[in-house]
Write a protein of this length. Structure first.
Length: 329
């Protein structure tokens, strides 16, 4: 969520504040909203902010009493903004940040107003997961009409090759069910080739093996969507010829035609269809969410690195349960 903090300086934080304010008002009261909005308003002067900031202790105590794991940590983002822009944050806040995230990277404070004392470094990177969850939950509901759930390669042969994990398939099925109920477009993308594999290059190391074994034929049972997550009327099913959901499909055409700008990704494997689709979708300027336990890989370490370190650079990473909570809110 580093970008969320830094975008405040460019005005993007104003939109975030508008989205968050009603939720803050409901859970912490009007006084809390004043502190919150002052922290996120790019036009707030340092003197104005410091005056409002004096009330932060009472606000935090009240927020923690409501929900220590979410509300109190959400407010810490406002304090991080103050630290980064104004170079002013309490010792208690700094201790909270470092304590919650002892391995955080540090970046040089920038754009500090003239006359303000800037710290040597600001702990703004990799805001704790609970805070990320809070931010994401507030934003998710407002984008449902322009969001699609894209399920990649959850097809019979691949599910079988990845252990036929019923718990995993059940989680994906629950995400699909919630998406449909909320009016979110569900799009399935499966991989399959024509008879004789004329669409597979001998230079393609992965799929040339499938061609040599006459595997992954588009009309074979192995390439059909797993029955436990079977498409229904209104869902869209596409066949791709490469790893990314965009490769060899008209996915981008369908998304643009329906005004979809945000993608939620689930599928197998994390290091295959999900990684390739994240990269390509990000380059196409889609907003992205990866369901951390809605993606699966045979290599647990590769899965961990992608979900915890790589994907967060270009996507929100949340659990299926959290995503469903946001969708159903």
């Amino acid at each position: 969520m580093l970008q969320t903090v830094l975008d405040v300086q460019a005005g993007a934080g104003t939109r975030f504040a508008r989205i968050a304010a009603p939720w803050v008002a409901k859970t912490t009261g009007e006084a809390g909203v004043q502190v919150f909005l002052a922290a996120f308003d790019p036009s707030t002067s340092q003197a104005m902010f410091l005056e409002v900031y004096a009330d932060s202790r009472a606000f935090l105590e009240h927020a923690a009493a409501v929900d220590r794991d979410l509300r109190a940590r959400l407010y810490s983002i406002a304090k991080l903004r103050a630290f980064h822009v104004y170079g002013d944050i309490s010792d208690a806040a700094r201790a909270w940040v470092d304590g919650a995230n002892p391995t955080s990277h540090r970046i040089e404070a920038a754009n500090t107003p003239e006359g303000a004392s800037a710290p040597e470094a600001a702990p703004c990177d990799n805001i704790p997961p609970t805070t990320q969850r809070g931010i994401w939950l507030m934003n998710a509901a407002v984008d449902r009409g322009s969001t699609a759930l894209v399920v990649g390669d959850v097809q019979n042969g691949i599910v079988r090759n990845f252990g036929n994990d019923d718990a995993y398939v059940t989680r994906v099925a629950s995400a699909i069910k919630s998406a449909r109920a909320a009016g979110i477009q569900v799009i399935y993308v499966r991989v399959g080739f024509r008879a004789g594999h004329p669409d597979v290059s001998p230079r393609n190391r992965g799929f040339s093996i499938a061609a040599a074994n006459n595997a992954l034929l588009a009309d074979s049972d192995d390439t059909q969507i797993d029955a436990r997550v079977a498409p229904v009327e209104g869902d869209i099913v596409m066949v791709k010829r490469r790893v990314s959901c965009f490769s060899g499909t008209d996915l981008n055409v369908v998304l643009s035609s329906r005004g979809i700008t945000s993608l939620v990704l689930a599928g197998i494997a994390t290091s295959g269809v999900i990684l390739s689709t994240v990269r390509e979708a990000a380059d196409r300027d889609y907003a992205l969410t990866v369901l951390s336990d809605g993606v699966k890989d045979n290599d647990e370490e590769v899965h961990r690195v992608l979900v915890e370190k790589l994907f967060p650079r270009q996507a929100d990473v949340v659990s299926v349960a959290d995503w469903i909570s946001a969708v159903e809110a």
